[in-house]
Design a protein. Structure first.
Length: 511
């Protein structure tokens, strides 16, 4: 099923710049020569200004100056800025969500959900601003005390991807700001207006709270801008979201200058469906995680490992549900699947489908491009399901498109082994009503991922948990729980109030 009314280029461009203006963007200043295309209709939204990589030096210098002031502002006062940002985001929720739809093609409900994640992390960070706890410990020496204190780290470089063009920045920025850091953001090339609008709202929050506006910097540009940020010795932490290929370059480069990195890379997330699973709930969980966001979340479900006893029924029901998915203009009410981001994404999906067929797969649903007449420059596809005889090379690779591989298992240990036998380790889920199975799945013998769910899909995590994954996913954790520690440095303090100088480990050094 597909919807055919695709908005014209002119409408979208005007609306996008209007929404950005309402969020405080000086639209005349950001207009420029760089092509800027909406995936909704494949047409230009109006040119934008890209910065040269030299702009990174200037932005880092400004952020360093602001840092010297910001680090000694009490954390709860820093929290007040983030609180105000959350209020402004709530006020401009529709504007920012519309920009997310225009620039990256998310359906309205998911775009609003993305802005809600931003508001939620602001609430979390506000509470955190009074809870940056360190531990105290007992000393082995009389009259001594051990404690740890947490201090701001410095300038944090944030590199974000097109698929969460604003939420990922907010996870990093809300936490970094309460931790006393300053932020230089290199947003996705696809979403500069989203970036300027978010930064515009933060600037307003900073001004209203009398805080230094330079704590937040945005540099819009191509890969050269990202590389300059990665290599800049003044950037203490690089938090990068994107492909494993990108992370393979960022990680060693930052490590080489002894910087810190927090990597949030590819996923190849699976669901195991056990014989006892509630199939109604499982069906809904799979369809949202596999076809939602047109398969363009890092947490998108890309594999289902079904017990042979439920495989036929569940596959048939999935195929039937996929046949009913409304595909089309992401801003039309009722649409569930918007466009792919660009032609390369479409080509990658086609190539993966061809490889899957070579490797023994059978296409049982979707896979075709749709709406090509109504929108010849945009790339809408029917989400695809391919049944596979086993976990071949193409199944083990992440294709950033709505392409779901279905495999079967007989023995639960075999299902866990399949879940884990991919290079990536972001998210995973198990659908079961068997409590022992659920416990095994979340135990050390179970899923090896950073996110391990029971009876929900792989995507759509709340901000309160630490978000990230293992293996080629990069190992970083962002957002909730104690992920804030990555944004601070720890000092261990030994305080001697004894008037003597006993040495640890019983060392005698008397002169
Ligand atoms: C991503 O795709 O980069 O869990 C992040 C989720 C969202 C975040 C995804 N909260 O699907």
């Amino acid at each position: 099923m597909s919807r055919t009314v695709i908005p014209t280029a002119q409408d979208l461009g005007q609306q996008a710049f209007e929404a950005a203006r309402r969020c405080g963007v000086d639209v005349a200043a950001v207009a420029g020569d760089a092509a800027h295309r909406s995936p909704v209709n494949g047409r230009s939204l109006g040119g934008v200004r890209w910065d040269a990589s030299s702009a990174v030096d200037e932005a880092v210098a400004r952020a360093q100056v602001a840092y010297r002031q910001w680090r000694s502002v009490p954390a709860p006062a820093r929290g007040a800025v983030v609180k105000r940002l959350g209020e402004l985001l709530a006020e401009h929720k529709e504007d920012l969500a519309a920009l997310v739809s225009y620039e990256v093609g998310k359906i309205t409900s998911e775009a609003l959900g993305e802005v809600q994640e931003m508001i939620d992390i602001c609430d979390f960070a506000l509470g955190l601003s009074r809870q940056l706890y360190g531990r105290t410990s007992v000393s082995e020496r009389p009259g001594h005390r051990l404690m740890e204190t947490w201090h701001p780290l410095g300038v944090v470089g944030v590199i974000s991807a097109f698929n969460f063009p604003v939420a990922v920045w907010s996870w990093n920025t809300a936490i970094a700001l309460v931790c006393g850091d300053t932020v230089v953001w290199k947003p996705s090339e696809q979403a500069p207006l989203c970036a300027w609008a978010s930064a515009g709202l933060l600037r307003r929050a900073l001004e209203e709270c009398g805080a230094p506006v330079d704590v937040s910097q945005v540099v819009v540009g191509g890969p050269d801008v990202g590389e300059a940020l990665v290599d800049h010795p003044g950037v203490a932490l690089v938090s990068a979201t994107g492909s494993t290929r990108m992370g393979r370059s960022v990680g060693p480069r930052v490590a080489n200058r002894f910087g810190r990195s927090l990597l949030e890379l590819g996923g190849n997330n699976a669901a195991i469906v056990a014989p006892s699973a509630d199939l109604d709930l499982t069906l809904r969980g799979i369809v949202f995680s596999a076809a939602g966001t047109a398969g363009q979340r890092c947490t998108t479900m890309r594999r289902v490992i079904m017990h042979t006893s439920v495989a036929q029924e569940l596959t048939e029901r999935l195929v039937e549900a996929y046949g009913r998915l409304p595909i089309g203009n992401p801003m039309t009410q009722g649409t569930l699947v918007g466009p792919l981001i660009h032609q390369q994404a479409h080509d990658a999906m086609r190539a993966a489908l061809a490889k899957a067929a070579e490797q023994g797969g059978s296409l049982v649903a979707g896979g075709e491009r749709v709406l090509a007449e109504a929108a010849p420059d945009a790339f809408y596809v029917q989400p695809a399901i391919v049944t596979m005889p086993g976990q071949s090379d193409i199944v083990r690779a992440e294709t950033f498109a709505p392409l779901l591989y279905v495999m079967t298992y007989d023995d639960f240990d075999e299902a866990i082994a399949l879940n884990n036998d991919v290079p990536q380790g972001l998210s995973s889920s198990l659908f079961t009503r068997d409590q022992a199975e659920a416990e095994v799945f979340v135990s050390a013998d179970g899923s090896d991922c950073g996110i391990v769910n029971v009876n929900i899909g792989t995507s759509g995590a709340e901000i309160g948990g630490a978000f990230g994954g293992e293996k080629e996913t990069g190992g970083g954790r962002e957002s909730g729980s104690d992920a804030w520690r990555a944004y601070m440095r720890r000092a261990t303090n030994t305080v001697n109030y004894s008037g003597e100088l006993p040495l640890a480990q019983g060392v005698d050094f008397s002169v």
